[in-house]
Design a protein around this ligand. Structure first.
Ligand SMILES: Cc1ncc(COP(=O)(O)O)c(C=O)c1O
Length: 379
């Protein structure tokens, strides 16, 4: 049958995507004219920092190119333990577990903490990795409107399941706004639930010296608060983190399939992340600088003050968003955009990220170009 056999149906789907302006394409960002990066998540500019690269190189020399096995077999290296201790001490959590990506961190914590008698209460704008985590856990899931504390309370109060997890991002990856973490942690305590808060876009940027929003709210020592994070954004490397009580760490080591059946984090990534953490600890002002630069960009787009380094700018549709990206590129700027199906509310958006190392001159260029792209922004 035409159109239904393989690979004809792939071509039919591709044509449909093209027609709706939704085709995604991979582009090598290290080729062509270098662009000022307002799209990536290297918020502190550490991915190419010589101290961070040296940390990665030194770890590769010391431990090899790969961890060679899963953590429970022989893939736990002393650099993993050192990184876990350092991240726990930095954020104020009692313990940390390092995984091979932030994606794995979210899969692990939800899969291991949810069972057949658990309700997962998930914010409507939660990251795809948390959504996939719910599927992996096969848990009952209720999605609540974005940042709607009353809705979360209602769902927790009326649940039939014994246990509950509340999923949120402390700073949302696409919208760039902050979650009401203190209120959500309060609900977790009141309703015998666990708050799982993804700090991927907050660590290194938000909170005191970049310690994250949970640290800012004094929530890192709570028995019912677990954080996840990534080493691939502010820390400029690769890898994931779970932060929480030692009992959670112990449980994940024994029960989290995405941790147990995965090779340990590559030594170079661990060494790079550890070096990045040391750079941040020696220069805590980097965090505030990233947020300050985000405020300048937000002002240019007519948006309110940002919670972190991510800005979300609604556009009329996917084509306008793509046209904005192309115009920015023509002026030497790389900006990102999110279009359906990546946006749960169907709104196409430009996504801009601010970086601590951008100069005044670079920011001035960005401000000028953005004023010309964003509908309704002050010209
Ligand atoms: C909110 C959020 N959580 C998790 C992840 C996954 O992190 P990683 O890229 O380390 O797998 C990302 C990043 O892409 C993210 O934005």
């Amino acid at each position: 049958m035409t159109g239904s056999s393989f690979p004809a149906w792939l071509a039919a789907q591709a044509a449909g995507r093209e027609e709706r302006g939704l085709t995604r394409r991979l582009a090598e960002s290290d080729r062509g004219e270098p662009l000022l990066d307002l799209a990536g998540n290297d918020y502190l500019g550490l991915a190419r920092d010589p101290r961070v690269v040296a940390g990665a190189v030194a770890a590769a020399h010391a431990y090899g190119a790969g961890a060679t096995a899963s953590r429970l077999v022989s893939g736990t290296l002393s650099i993993h333990t050192e990184l876990e201790r350092a991240m726990a001490a930095f954020t104020g959590f009692p313990s940390a577990l390092v995984l091979s990506s932030g994606y794995h961190a979210n899969l692990s914590v939800v899969q291991a903490l949810a069972d057949g008698d658990t309700l997962v209460v998930s914010d409507a704008h939660i990251h795809a990795s948390m959504i996939d985590a719910c599927r992996l856990a096969r848990a009952a899931v209720t999605v609540t409107p974005h940042n709607d504390v009353a809705a979360v309370r209602h769902v927790l109060a009326s649940r039939g399941q014994r246990r509950a997890l509340v999923l949120a991002e402390t700073i949302y990856s696409v919208l760039g706004d902050a979650a009401p973490v203190a209120a959500l942690a309060g609900l977790a305590a009141d309703y015998d639930a666990v708050l799982i808060a993804d700090e991927a876009h907050a660590l290194g940027v938000a909170g005191p010296g970049g310690r994250g929003l949970l640290a800012a709210e004094g929530l890192t020592g709570r028995p019912d608060v677990v954080a996840t994070g990534t080493l691939s954004k502010s820390f400029g490397a690769q890898g994931g983190l779970v932060l929480g009580p030692p009992a959670v760490r112990e449980h994940l080591v024994n029960r989290a399939r995405p941790f147990i059946y995965d090779t340990g984090l590559a030594p170079a990534a661990a060494g790079g992340a550890l070096a990045a953490l040391r750079v941040l600890q020696a220069a805590p002002e980097l965090a505030a600088r990233a947020v300050g630069n985000a405020a300048a960009l937000a002002d240019a787009c007519g948006a309110g003050p940002p919670a972190g380094a991510v800005l979300s700018v609604p556009m009329p549709g996917p084509r306008e968003a793509l046209a904005g990206v192309a115009t920015a590129a023509g002026h030497g700027l790389r900006i990102g955009c999110f279009r359906p199906p990546s946006t749960p509310d169907g709104i196409s958006r430009l996504r801009l990220t601010a970086h601590a190392h951008h100069t005044g001159e670079e920011l001035a260029l960005a401000v000028k170009v953005l004023r010309g792209i964003v509908p309704g922004a002050g010209r």
